[in-house]
Ligand binder design. Structure first.
Ligand SMILES: [Zn+2]
Length: 68
């Protein structure tokens, strides 16, 4: 998780992460909140959330996302 907290810019758009950072639901990208909103609007976002929950239930806490 170190890189996640150290990096200063969004992996997706390159914007500053001063306004907040969050892990992508689709891979391990550290993204800004604007990119997260765009991700939530994707048709397959719910599918990605469900897939991650399924992995957590199986005990896989290292899940890297459906695209990762
Ligand atoms: Zn971004």
């Amino acid at each position: 998780m170190d890189r996640f907290f150290m990096q200063k810019t969004c992996d997706r758009c390159g914007a500053s992460l001063d306004g907040g950072r969050i892990m992508s639901m689709f891979n391990t990208d550290c993204i800004c909140l604007a990119c997260k909103e765009k991700e939530k609007a994707r048709n397959d976002y719910k599918e990605a959330v469900r897939a991650e929950l399924d992995e957590l239930k199986k005990g896989n806490t290292n899940y890297k996302g459906i695209k990762g």
